[in-house]
Design a protein around this ligand. Structure first.
Ligand code: 13P
Ligand code: SF4
Length: 435
């Protein structure tokens, strides 16, 4: 199969039988048009259980003219609207977005870089965030109230973020506070807290706010070790949510024994643990995961090594511990991009992360051999919901003076979440400590 930067085209070729190969979900091509009109809320996005402000926009059906337009027509309409809006609008694109959207982005990056890009552009009246719901929420929290953050399709969520909702986290916290009651620090003695909450950027604003209120912090996959060090300086333990794998892989690399990282199942009392193991814990891991990164396996790594002698295997830390241990390196999307940029010509890479980024890198760096560890073409299905039709619709609405699909976090939640985000932005890597 010819590798092009367009995952969408690859999927269409496979679906029509024109190309050989396999995709994980044949219904994927229909996903951008699926709208849940029954259930109130953002659709898959921030956690289903999160309180949704009554006046929040709901994703309705996209007008037919956008659903039926050809790729070329949509591209022409996006370009024309973009030209008319000029500097009033900034388009941000996550690395995992489809090529047909990324090519219109003013800035492409990981979730941390995109949050900073939004913050650094106070002049843009509208920020069109081509990513997923929690990213748009973060941009809204970090930008001024005069700026509208727009998510082209409100059903573009993150299944991992959905795995931790505020009620379950509050409940877990209550149980832990009861368990550690005799450890409560004396603030006058500068004692450490029994547990510090740390949330991955991939979480709802409500969870970031929870961390802000309880002495906690946010992390991304590019600064998780720095953030964990920050937390260990202030607490005896960390409650890490929602991604168990990022938490486990990061803490293990810092020397925390796996036996001291119990898993918290939110459906069971004490997360399914006994009191002793929670007292002995250093990191309590929420039982969440990314369904995209869960697909990578040790046998895929073995096959890549058998087929390519000098292959460098790099995987994202959302992969399981076994996969991370078997790989040559692991790192955030930004780490993966920089590793490829800095490699000598003729290098071979097997990459364990979302296919849109891998195919784009393969097309951008033809001097290397770059392939995805998983031969099945399986993009992040919620990122994939940002179809160019939605981008054309939100931009043309702006041209007509209408702001549609604004993602707005209420001010109380935003104020608390900002505290946790600003702690993250202020935390600096401590180069005197071993990784
Ligand atoms: P980054 O933090 O590298 O942008 O990754 C976000 C994500 O969703 C990974 O699955
Ligand atoms: Fe969420 Fe995984 Fe998609 Fe990232 S790749 S947005 S963690 S579902």
């Amino acid at each position: 199969m010819t590798i092009t930067a367009s995952v969408d085209r690859t999927i269409r070729l496979i679906a029509s039988g024109t190309a050989s190969g396999e995709t994980c979900t044949p219904e994927l091509l229909e996903a951008p048009w699926e709208i849940d009109l029954e259930r109130p809320g953002y659709g898959p996005g921030a956690s289903m259980a999160d309180p949704i402000p009554a006046d929040s926009p709901r994703q309705g059906e996209l007008p037919q003219e956008y659903r039926e337009a050809s790729d070329d027509e949509l591209a022409g309409r996006i370009r024309a609207a973009r030209r008319r809006l000029g500097d009033r609008v900034m388009i941000l694109g996550h690395f995992y977005q489809r090529e047909e959207v990324v090519r219109f982005a003013d800035f492409v990056g990981d979730s941390f870089q995109l949050a900073n890009a939004a913050k650094a552009n106070p002049a843009a009246e509208a920020i069109v965030f081509c990513g997923v719901h929690f990213m748009a929420e973060t941009a809204d929290i970090l930008t001024s109230g005069r700026q509208s953050v727009i998510l082209p399709n409100l059903a573009a969520g993150c299944s991992m973020a959905d795995m931790a909702d505020i009620d379950s986290v509050e409940e877990a916290w209550e149980q832990l506070m009861e368990l550690y009651a005799d450890e409560r620090p004396d603030p006058d003695a500068g004692g450490r807290a029994p547990v510090i909450p740390v949330t991955y950027m991939n979480s709802s604003a409500a969870l970031k706010a929870f961390c802000g209120r309880h002495g906690g912090i946010v992390c991304t996959s590019s600064n998780a070790a720095t953030v964990l060090r920050w937390a260990f300086e202030r607490g005896s333990r960390v409650l890490f949510f929602p991604d168990q794998h990022l938490g486990r892989n990061t803490a293990k690399a810092m020397g925390v024994p796996v036996e001291r990282m119990p898993l918290w199942n939110p459906r069971r009392r004490l997360g399914g643990n006994d009191a002793e193991s929670l007292r002995d814990a250093r990191v309590i891991l929420w039982q969440g995961f990314c369904s995209v990164h869960k697909r990578f396996t040790v046998s895929q790594i073995e096959r890549a090594r058998a087929e390519h002698e000098d292959v460098r295997v790099i995987v994202h830390p959302e992969c399981s511990m076994e996969v991370v241990d078997a790989a040559d390196e692991h790192g955030s999307t930004d780490y993966i991009v920089k590793a490829i940029q800095g490699a000598p010509a003729g290098s071979t890479f097997a990459i364990g992360t979302e296919i849109n980024l891998v195919q784009r890198l393969a097309a951008e760096y033809p001097q290397h051999t770059i392939f995805c560890l998983d031969s099945v073409v399986c993009p992040c299905s919620t990122m994939y919901r940002i179809h160019p039709g939605y981008l054309a619709w939100v931009l043309e609405s702006l041209v007509e003076g209408r702001v549609v699909n604004r993602v707005q976090v209420d001010e109380d939640t935003a104020a608390d979440a900002r505290i946790a985000l600003e702690r993250m932005l202020a935390a600096r890597p401590d180069t005197t400590m071993a990784a």
